[in-house]
Ligand binder design. Structure first.
Ligand code: ADE
Length: 253
C-alpha cells in the first residue's frame, strides 16, 4: 500500500514510519510512504504557506494554493487514492476505518498546521476528515503517522503470526484481555492460576471473560453498540460477580 502525505513537517511522519513493524514493512516494500511539502510549491522568497484569518482572530490559516499544488503532485503519483485530511473536527478514526483503509491500494493524507486549513481546500479536495482523538495536536503529522501505523499492521504479511492483529483490542469491538509473562510471581503478585493450567478451553474462556469485563468497566460505550450473545452475557455476569466478590472481600478484611 502507498501513502502520500502532504505535510509541512515531513520529518515527524518519516521518523515514525522508519521504526519497528512499520519500518520493516517499508524496507520489505509492503508499504510506501511519500511526503510532499507544500512549502516546496510556494513562489515567494519567504515560502509562505499561511496567512491571517478573514474575520480576525488568533493564529494563522493554511492557504489553499500551496496545499492544492502539493495535493496535485500527490494525485499524479496516486491518481486512484482517496484524500483524507487530519483535523480535530474530523470523524473519529477507529479500528473499523483502519480495516476498511487496509483494503485500498493507496491513500493521500493532508496534515494541517496552525489554526487550521482554508475550508475551501477541505471542501474541494478532500473526501473525508478524520480525527485521532478528542484533543488538539500541534499539527496533523502525528495524526497521519497514527493512521499509517494502524493501517500498516493490518496489511497482509506485515505482522508475523506471533504479533497477529486478530487478537488486538478493538478487532472485535472489545478491549484486549490482560497479558502476563515470567516470572510466575513478582512483588507478591501471582499470574492468574488458570493461565498455568495448560487447559486451552479454560484459558480462552477466561480471556473472553476478561475482555468483556474490562470493556464493560472501562469503555461501556463500546459494548452498547452490539447485543451480546447469551454466552458472552453469562461470561460478563460471571466477571461482574467475581469482581464484586473481590471488592466485598477487600472491604471485609
Ligand atoms: N490535528 C490536530 N489535532 C488533531 C487530531 N486530534 N486528530 C487529527 N488531526 C489533528
Amino acid at each position: 500500500m502507498r501513502f502520500d502525505v502532504v505535510a509541512l513537517f515531513p520529518g515527524i511522519v518519516e521518523a515514525v514510519v522508519s521504526e519497528g513493524v512499520v519500518g520493516r514493512a517499508c524496507t520489505q516494500g509492503k508499504l510506501e510512504v511519500h511526503c510532499i511539502n507544500p512549502r516546496d510549491f510556494t513562489e515567494d522568497p519567504h515560502r509562505t504557506v499561511d496567512d491571517r484569518p478573514y474575520g480576525g482572530g488568533p493564529g494563522m490559516v493554511m492557504q489553499y494554493e500551496p496545499l492544492a499544488r502539493a495535493h496535485e503532485a500527490a494525485r499524479r503519483a496516486s491518481p486512484e487514492a482517496r484524500t483524507v485530511a487530519l483535523t480535530p473536527q474530523g470523524i473519529p478514526f477507529t479500528q473499523a476505518l483502519a480495516q476498511e483503509t487496509a483494503k485500498e491500494d493507496g491513500l493521500i493524507l493532508i496534515a494541517g498546521r496552525y489554526e487550521g486549513i482554508d475550508e475551501r481546500f477541505l471542501q474541494q479536495r478532500t473526501d473525508a476528515e478524520w480525527s485521532v482523538g478528542d484533543y488538539v495536536l500541534s499539527g496533523g503529522e502525528l495524526a497521519a503517522a497514527v493512521v499509517i501505523d494502524a493501517v500498516a499492521r493490518l496489511l497482509p504479511d506485515v505482522l508475523g503470526c506471533a504479533e497477529s492483529a486478530g487478537q488486538d483490542s478493538f478487532s472485535e469491538g472489545l478491549l484486549d484481555c490482560p497479558h502476563y509473562t515470567r516470572p510466575e510471581e513478582i512483588d507478591g503478585l501471582r499470574v492468574p492460576e488458570v493461565l498455568l493450567t495448560g487447559d486451552h478451553g479454560k484459558i480462552e474462556r477466561w480471556r473472553r471473560r476478561e475482555m468483556l469485563g474490562r470493556t464493560y468497566r472501562r469503555r461501556p460505550d463500546l459494548l452498547g453498540r452490539t447485543a451480546l450473545s447469551a454466552e458472552d452475557q453469562a461470561l460478563l455476569d460471571e466477571y461482574l460477580n467475581a469482581t464484586s466478590e473481590d471488592k466485598n472481600r477487600e472491604r471485609d478484611n
